[in-house]
Design a protein. Sequence first.
Length: 263
Amino acid sequence: MDKEIQDYRFDVSDTPVIKIKNIRGEINIKQGDDNEIKVQVIKHPDTCKGGETNITVEQISDSVISASVDFEHRKAFRLNSPCRIDFIIEVPAACQVRAKNVSGNIELQNINGDHRLKSVSGSVKFSGIEADDFAAKSVSGKILGANLKCANAEIGSVSGSLKLSEMEIEESGISTISGSISYEGALGSGRHDIGTISGSINLSIPEDTNMDFRASSISGNLKSNMNLQFTSISRKKWAGQLNEGGSLMKLKTISGSMRINSL
């Protein structure tokens, strides 16, 4: 069956906010024209099984747009499934995004603002962002980020790897339970907590970074080509400072190695 496509356009003021909630399908948000938000909804009727998949796209206020999917089913949810709905959204260069997806990926490109991105089963991908506060979470999926500059970032997955490049973050919490963490970029003067239970941690940071550090691993080692000065080493725990020392960076993995190398 053919796709069903519907387009919406809204005039917005100030720094707008868009809220998207999807159940099954993709969410793709990119930069468009100033002072307007465009929402394209693509419905795939051949993917539905029982029940009604309802889509609501509306303007809540001069600066708030909402797009959401609701599934009404009469039998057990496991016997039914909502239609796949893909959102393709264009917003101004400065916009706050609140996106949640149950089964599907989220992608955000070249939008400055404080964002909250969360997928239950799917990857989260972002690039070209400046923000004060930024959060990207996935329960089961990878997180892929590039060119993020922000004051505070919370980035994490339960089951999935994290690959972050061209980062410039003042303070961070970066974690996954099952997966590796790769970080390339600057770590600012705030505290940084970086950890995984099952996976390696690989940091590539500027050579002149000044930090205190604590690191621990049950099954793994700490290696670096930088100027690490150790104050204590015991039972797979390391503490010390990088160059002249400074704010605290904590690295922790249960099963995996840790590497701190210069860019």
